[in-house]
Design a protein around this ligand. Structure first.
Ligand SMILES: [Zn+2]
Length: 292
């Protein structure tokens, strides 16, 4: 039996260094320089943007709007100051308001023309913030909004933007379903139909925390954990995916990827998700023939 060797004690033994926890918080200096330059030129960009907005407002004065209720031409009423948050800061504009003498309703057509809502975040900035919100938690998305876009916004602000964009996406999806479920919708769309499409539908049951009021953090003490979701408060989020096999690309030998997917999602029953998918199919020019 071989004699067990004594553990060798090297005279110059050095202990391995303590493991260091990696940190992500360091913001590269170049990113800070980019941000600095952007902040420096931001007032000029905002002024140039406001100038263009004013040009649109001036051109809009040429024709008075017509009332949506009675169809009469609306008269000029007054000019009000409005503002909205854009990529380069808060845009301030003086916008004319028109009034129908008969219906007493107001209209500010130039705001519709510009596609902005007073006091809100502009559509382009909202889309950029939503992109951050879908890839990062709200807190991190708010930090990234400052670092990447130079926009100061709270995590709650990011949440609100994501909610509004989600609502708009849901409205569009529902509108599309309604349009295609109507037999009078445009039949010419089916001309450029793809050869094959693939459909997949699945659902995920989520517990709904139903509360009358939103919880607010009133002190530094963390909020209590949410209560266990009671039976009957579970709902299924259904998601459908539609893809075209012809749009598969070979990203590397033997490995394929999809160029795009059409996704629909809803908190409804099977009929709702299928009507959303059906609308997307129709939009691609497909017409389902049900065989019985
Ligand atoms: Zn009217």
């Amino acid at each position: 039996m071989a004699k067990q060797r004594e553990p060798r004690t090297a005279p110059h033994h050095i202990a391995p260094p303590q493991p260091q926890r990696p940190v992500l918080s360091n913001v590269p200096q170049f990113l800070q320089l980019e941000l600095q330059v952007e902040q420096e030129y931001r007032p000029q960009m905002l002024a140039a943007l406001e100038e263009k907005v004013n040009e649109v407002i001036e051109r809009s004065r040429d024709c008075a709007p017509t009332c949506v209720h009675c169809g009469r031409s609306m008269g000029y009423h007054d000019t009000r100051r409005v503002s909205w948050l854009a990529r380069f800061g808060r845009v301030v504009a003086w916008v004319p308001r028109y009034r129908c003498g008969l219906c007493k309703c107001d209209s500010r057509p130039v705001l519709e023309l510009l596609g902005v809502e007073p006091g809100r975040i502009s559509g382009s900035l909202a889309r950029l913030l939503t992109m951050l919100a879908v890839v990062a938690p709200y807190q991190l998305a708010a930090e990234l909004a400052w670092l990447l876009l130079g926009v100061k916004i709270s995590p709650m602000g990011i949440w609100r933007v994501a909610q509004r964009m989600g609502e708009a996406a849901a409205r569009y999806s529902e509108g599309l379903s309604k349009y295609h479920s109507d037999s009078r919708s445009d039949p010419t769309l089916s001309q450029a139909a793809p050869g094959v499409v693939v459909l997949g539908v699945d659902g995920c049951v989520l517990g709904m925390q139903v509360r009358k009021e939103r919880r607010r953090l009133r002190s530094e003490v963390a909020l209590e954990a949410l209560p266990v979701v009671e039976t009957g408060h579970f709902r299924e989020v259904k998601t459908g995916v539609l893809l075209l096999p012809s749009e598969r690309v070979e990203t590397s030998p033997g490995r394929r990827s999809l160029v795009r997917r059409f996704l629909v999602s809803c908190l409804g029953d099977a009929d709702t998700v299928f009507s959303h998918l059906w609308a997307r199919l129709r939009d691609l020019g497909w017409d389902l023939i049900l065989l019985s």
